[in-house]
Design a protein around this ligand. Structure first.
Ligand code: ADP
Length: 247
């Protein structure tokens, strides 16, 4: 008889590998306007996962036939830097990165008032600086904040957070180890004020009830991340106003 080698990811007192409770987020750190040359930028950290987003535009987009006469065209590139993973990642775009660029673009299209900028392009670059699970979710949060920082009118922010299932327990904001050895990973993008889900994926198996509970966990976490995000935007602009006043 073989003995299962499934790792223990939840201790007897319901603590996770990094000491968190099941519904506990990793420390969230957010800074906006971190790059001088981009129109908007944001650095978002969920624990050890660190993602930078930069926005250029709305600006003239080429080739012209790719633009829309009625709205701005969003172009999104999600990319993992070679030094973001424990083993050097090839800098060439992988299938995974191409797919993630698409789903993040679709999530952002739900929050941008793109009809205000016909015939233009908005470029969003998402660079994963350090990966420890949840790079698409932290990337989505960073991208929406970079759009806000660029002054692009938004219906809401899009906040990303993943819910997973490890050792039969639903857990918030899974890290790489939990993602690798857990039973399910459900990344969600939430526009908290619109009350909308703008990204929803599920790898693994969850019951209908677990999906419901998981979504409630994600909404609650998104509201809390939203507060931190708003503070980061406020801090930057309050500083700017103070600088202008002191001149
Ligand atoms: P997400 O980062 O959105 O959770 P995945 O579920 O695909 O996306 O990946 C989970 C984690 O696995 C990543 O955050 C990263 O830590 C790790 N990972 C993903 N792709 C690679 C890769 N090509 N090389 C090494 N580690 C990777």
């Amino acid at each position: 008889m073989t003995i299962s080698s499934k790792p223990v990811l939840i201790s007897e007192d319901k603590k996770r590998v990094d000491g968190r409770k099941p519904d506990e987020m990793r420390p969230v750190r957010i800074a906006v306007g971190v790059l001088k040359n981009a129109n908007g930028s944001a650095l978002v950290e969920y624990g050890d996962t660190k993602v930078l987003a930069a926005v250029y535009g709305p600006r003239e987009a080429l080739p012209k036939y790719m633009t829309s006469p009625t709205r701005a065209t969003l172009r999104v590139r999600y990319h993992m830097t070679s030094f973001s993973t424990s083993e050097r990642k090839s800098p060439a775009p992988s299938r995974r990165e191409i797919e993630l660029s698409k789903v993040i673009r679709e999530a952002l299209e739900a929050i941008v008032f793109s009809s205000l900028f016909p015939r233009t392009g908005i470029d969003v670059f998402i660079e994963v600086l350090q990966a420890d699970g949840g790079t698409r979710t932290a990337g989505l949060t960073a991208a929406s904040l970079a759009l806000a920082d660029a002054g692009i009118p938004l219906k809401d922010l899009a906040i990303g957070v993943a819910v997973g299932k490890v050792n039969g327990v639903l857990v918030l904001d899974i890290n790489e180890l939990e993602d690798e050895y857990g039973e399910a990973d459900m990344p969600v993008g939430i526009a908290p004020n619109l009350g909308e889900i703008v990204l929803f994926q599920l790898n693994g198996v969850l019951t209908r009830e677990e999906v419901k509970i998981g979504l409630d966990m994600a909404f609650k976490a998104a509201e809390s991340i939203y507060k931190t995000a708003k503070e980061a935007l406020y801090n930057k602009y309050i500083k700017l106003v103070e600088e202008v006043k002191s001149q």
